[in-house]
Design a protein around this ligand. Sequence first.
Ligand code: IMP
Ligand code: MG
Length: 198
Amino acid sequence: MSIHDPTRGDLSVTPTTVAAIEFDAETIAGAVRRLADEVVRDLGGEPFILLGVLKGALFFTADLARALPTNVDATIDFIAVSSYGRADRSSGEVRLLKDTSESVEGKNVVIVEDIVDNGLTLQYLQRLIGGRNPASLRTCALLDKPYRRRVDVPVDYIGLTAPDTFIVGYGLDYQEKYRNLPYLARLHDWAFAGEGRE
Ligand code: IMP
Ligand code: MG
């Protein structure tokens, strides 16, 4: 059994705080393969950088990179940001924790994000990277909550449309927990102690 065997997500060891699995590992893998095909269709002929946004897009970036055909000229880089605000939503005040390792000037860049919610984090990233004269700038998001958008940001590739609920797993956290889950899940209300979530 490979470590990526989707059947390895054994329901009997699901944390008790998990209310439901919204997208299982197989569904995620299918979305990642489709996104890789779409990126390659647009960029496969030229070199490009997959720029993963830490920490949420950690696994997504790795899986997306491995889903690319082996002859594609792609490099992987990471940027780390954190948003101020409550634990479960960003205020748009974004702090850069780690910049890119390679220069993006003159390069084709694909920002790889875990989820686009109100759009403020992505807007910050697109302005930051876009201001450094890349040859092209695209965005690939695993999850989208289009009905929550506060700013209009272009998202070129979208994996799955998320339900209107806070999602954890496959890199996404609640207070730094649950990133290791192999699926995307919704938590019970009582798991968000004292936050008065909407
Ligand atoms: P935005 O600025 O509201 O678009 O939020 C983007 C960031 O907030 C994402 O990169 C995530 O880190 C976090 N985020 C937004 N919604 C969720 C969610 O449902 N689960 C986990 N993290 C989320
Ligand atoms: Mg987060």
